[in-house]
Every structure is written in C-alpha cells, then in structure tokens.
Design a protein around this ligand. Structure first.
Ligand SMILES: [Zn+2]
Length: 173
C-alpha cells in the first residue's frame, strides 16, 4: 500500500484529500471522519497533524509525513480518562499530567488489520504533539523533551511518527 501524495499547491487541505490518505480504516470510517476547521490550514507534508474526532470521542486521526507523501492513520483511544499517572508521549516525548496521555491502538493496514492485528502506543490524549514540541518553557503539567531545540524536537517527532506509520503499514516491525 503506497501512501497518498497530497497536492497542497492551492494551500488548502480538503476533507477529500485527508480521507484519501487514510491507510488503516474502511472507506466508510474515513467518510464518517470529522475534520476540525483548523486542520484545513495545516501542512501535513512537513508536520505531524493530529486531532480527536469531535463527534466520536474515542476516535483519533493522525497525518504523518513520509517523504513527500502523507500517511493518514485512524486511531482508537482506550476508554476512560487516559493514563492515571504522569506519563510521556511516545511520539513527541512530552511528559504530561495524569490523564493527558492515552493508550491508542491503530489497526494494521490491509489484510493484517482485517484480522484484528493492531499497533498500540501511548500518545498525548489531545494528539497535539506538533504544538507540544514547540512549548518553550516546561510547566508542571507539560514538560517537553529536555535538552533539545524546537527544531530538533520537530525532527524527532517526524521520525518517530514515520516509524509508527511504518509499523501500521507493516513495512517495519
Ligand atoms: Zn505527544
């Protein structure tokens, strides 16, 4: 399965383009996805973009840059309020307050996913990793990966997100 390449030349990311990137859910699920307005102004070719579905709270969606293409991932958060202790997001390595990191599972793409194989990972509950790596000063409830510049954190986020997407696509274990 090859990731969709997004054409952002007109500067706007359409719902249709976002749906076309989704690799690990059915067309019906992609069709029912709700996309908040702010997502349309994002550039997923250069930045990880994530959001929780406003109409389906357990649902999360992630757009991951992979070369010049974008992989769209459907995620499902485990029910409840997230990890009860202070925890770190596996993608942006931000340490968050209790309840602000959740276990998400992604169905593997293709046949493997239809057999209910999943990949699990701990992520910021709000999926706002791209914002969190830009936080300048740590607060008691949000501590970015220490000792790195914002640009290093952004690069590391993209790399880890690409590795996660590769696992979902089963091109890497
Ligand atoms: Zn995060």
């Amino acid at each position: 399965m090859s990731p969709a390449t997004l054409d952002l030349e007109d500067g706007q990311l359409t719902d249709e383009a976002i749906r076309s990137t989704m690799t690990n859910c059915s067309r019906g699920e992609a069709h029912r996805m709700r996309v908040p307005d702010w997502v349309h102004d994002c550039d997923p070719v250069h930045e990880v973009v994530g959001w929780r579905d406003p109409k389906a709270p357990e649902r999360g969606w992630l757009l991951v840059p992979l070369g010049k293409a974008v992989v769209g991932l459907a995620l499902r958060a485990t029910p409840g309020k997230g990890v009860r202790a202070t925890a770190m997001c596996d993608l942006c390595r931000t340490t968050r307050a209790p309840g602000e990191v959740s276990l998400f599972v992604a169905a593997r793409a293709g046949e493997s996913g239809r057999k209910h194989n999943t990949v699990g990972t701990y992520l910021c509950s709000d999926l706002a990793c791209a914002d969190n790596v830009r936080v300048l000063r740590a607060t008691p409830t949000l501590k970015p990966d220490p000792g790195l510049s914002i640009s290093q954190r952004r690069d590391a986020l993209r790399e880890r997100a690409a590795a996660f997407a590769a696992k979902v696509l089963a091109t890497r274990d």
